[in-house]
Write a protein that binds this ligand. Structure first.
Ligand code: AMP
Length: 421
C-alpha cells in the first residue's frame, strides 16, 4: 500500500510517500518512495521535492494556501518527470495519513478520519490555535481532492502521552481550571517517543510491558519522556510545547512570574512575552547567535564564544536534570535513548549529558559515541554500563504510514467522548 503522509503547518506542508503493508511492517521492509516540502505558503513559496535515489528538485512559485500546496505536491507525484518508483498516477496512492498536533483528551490513539473525528480535531483548536487549524485545512483539502472513498487517518502528537497519570499531568493550580478549560499537561512528540520505544523493544526482542526507558527527542524542538511498562508516564512538554527542556528558540521551564516582570520592564504585552519565550529564547536567546546546535558547537569549538558555550552547558544541564528526576519517578530505568537532529548527530551533546549520569551507573563508551553515524541504531554505552545508552533515529512519518495501514486492515478503535453536534 502506498501511503501519503502529510504534515500541514501554518505556512508549510511536508510530505512523504511510503510503500508499506502488514508484511513489510513485520519485516521492517517499508520503503520511502519520495519526500519533500513546500515552505512559505501564502507567498513566494520554496518547493523541494525528492524521489528516492534521484536528485532533489528545487523551485520557487507563489502558493496561495494549504490546498494549493497539496495540489502542487500531487501534480508532481503524478507527473512523468518525478519518476517515482511504482507510481504512475494519483490512483497509486491508496491512503493518506495526517500528522495532527493536538488530540486533547479525545484521542488516545490513531484513528480513521470520519466527520465525527474531524469535529473532535476542530474542538482541540483552542488548545493548539497555531497548529490544529492547519491540520484541519490539510484534511479538508485532501478530502475535497480525493473524495471520501480514499481512507485518511489522523495520528496525534499528544496521543501517546494520554497514559500519563493524574499526578504527572495536573498542574498545581486550582482544580476547577482543569475541569472547566482542560488546562493540564498533554505532552507532544508522542509519535516520536512511541516509535523509539517500539524500536527499542524490537531490537531487544522484549514485550511492550517490559519497556522501561527514558527517551530524549532532541531536535529544534526538544522533549523527554519517561516510559514505564511500555506507557508514557511523564514527559517534559506541557499544555503547549513551550514547557520542559531548553530548545532551539523556546525557553522550556521558567518561573511563570517572569512573564509579568518582563512585560512591566520591557513594555510588552503578554502575547509579545509569550512569543519571546517561544521564538527568541532557548539556544538562540542565550547565545545571541543561532538556534542551530551544529553552528553553536562549531562556534564554541572554533572561537570559544562564551555565550555559545553557556547555551550548550544550560541545554545539557537541563536535560540531565530531567533524566535524574525521571529515574526517581520511574524507580530506575533500563536505558536512555537519544533521538532527533541533535540526539542522533551530536556526540558532544550526548557526552556532556551523560557526564552527569555516572551516579546512576550510566557509562558511555567514548569510542562508540564518537563512531556513531547518522541514521543508524546503536548502543553507545560501555558493556559494563548498568543503564544502557542508545541512539535510535526517530521516524514519525514511518509510524504514521504504519498506523494508517493497520487502521485500514484492522479497523479504527472506538473513540470515547467525541463531541456530538
Ligand atoms: P531536527 O529538528 O530533529 O531536524 O533537529 C535540528 C537540530 O539538530 C538543529 O539544532 C541542528 O543543528 C542539529 N544537528 C543536526 N546535525 C547536527 C550535528 N552534526 N551536530 C550538532 N547538531 C546537529
Amino acid at each position: 500500500m502506498n501511503v501519503l503522509v502529510l504534515n500541514c503547518g501554518s505556512s508549510s506542508l511536508k510530505f512523504q510517500l511510503i510503500a508499506t503493508g502488514l508484511e513489510q511492517i513485520a519485516d521492517n521492509a517499508d520503503r520511502r518512495l519520495a519526500h519533500g516540502q513546500i515552505e512559505r505558503i501564502g507567498g513566494a513559496a520554496i518547493i523541494t521535492f525528492t524521489a528516492e535515489n534521484r536528485q532533489t528538485e528545487r523551485s520557487a512559485a507563489p502558493v496561495r494556501d494549504v490546498r494549493a500546496a497539496l495540489e502542487t505536491v500531487l501534480r508532481w507525484i503524478a507527473s512523468d518527470s518525478s519518476n517515482i518508483e511504482g507510481i504512475n498516477g494519483l490512483a497509486d496512492i491508496q491512503a493518506i495519513g495526517h500528522r495532527v498536533v493536538h488530540g486533547g483528551e479525545f484521542f488516545t490513539e490513531s484513528v480513521l478520519i470520519t466527520d465525527e473525528v474531524l469535529r473532535g480535531i476542530e474542538d482541540c483548536i483552542e488548545l493548539a490555535p497555531l497548529h490544529n487549524p492547519a491540520n484541519v485545512k490539510g484534511i479538508n483539502a485532501a478530502r475535497e481532492i480525493f473524495g471520501r472513498a480514499l481512507p485518511q487517518t489522523a495520528v496525534f502528537d499528544t496521543a501517546f502521552h494520554q497514559t500519563l497519570p493524574e499526578k504527572s499531568y495536573l498542574y498545581a493550580i486550582p482544580y476547577q481550571f482543569y475541569r472547566r478549560h482542560k488546562i493540564r499537561r498533554y505532552g507532544f512528540h508522542g509519535t516520536s517517543h512511541r516509535y523509539i520505544a517500539y524500536r527499542y523493544r524490537t531490537i531487544n526482542k522484549i514485550a511492550r510491558e517490559n519497556v522501561n526507558i527514558i527517551t530524549l527527542h532532541l531536535g529544534n524542538g526538544c522533549s523527554i519522556a519517561a516510559i514505564k511498562n511500555g506507557n508514557s508516564m511523564d514527559t517534559s512538554m506541557g499544555l503547549t510545547p513551550l514547557e520542559g527542556l531548553v530548545m532551539g528558540t523556546r525557553s522550556g521551564d521558567i518561573d511563570p512570574a517572569l512573564i509579568e516582570f518582563i512585560c512591566a520592564k520591557e513594555g510588552l504585552t503578554v502575547n509579545e512575552a509569550e512569543s519571546l519565550l517561544n521564538k527568541q529564547s532557548g539556544l538562540l536567546g542565550i547565545s545571541g547567535l543561532t538556534n542551530d546546535m551544529r553552528e553553536l558547537a562549531a562556534e564554541a569549538a572554533e572561537s570559544g564564544d562564551r555565550r555559545a558555550i553557556l547555551a550548550i552547558e544550560i541545554f545539557c544541564y537541563r536535560a540531565a536534570k530531567y533524566i535524574g528526576s525521571y529515574l526517581a519517578a520511574m524507580n530506575g530505568a533500563d536505558a536512555i535513548i537519544f533521538a532527533g537532529g541533535i540526539g542522533e548527530n551530536s556526540a558532544l551533546i550526548r557526552r556532556k549529558i551523560c557526564d552527569y549520569l555516572s551516579w546512576c551507573g550510566a557509562q558511555l563508551d567514548e569510542a562508540k559515541n564518537e563512531a556513531q553515524t547518522a541514521g543508524h541504531e546503536n548502543i553507545i554505552s560501555a558493556d559494563s554500563s548498568k543503564l544502557k545508552i542508545y541512539v535510535i533515529p526517530t521516524n514519525e512519518e514511518l509510524l504514521i504510514a504504519r498506523d494508517t495501514v493497520r487502521l485500514i486492515e484492522t479497523g479504527s478503535p472506538q473513540q470515547k467522548n467525541l463531541p456530538t453536534k
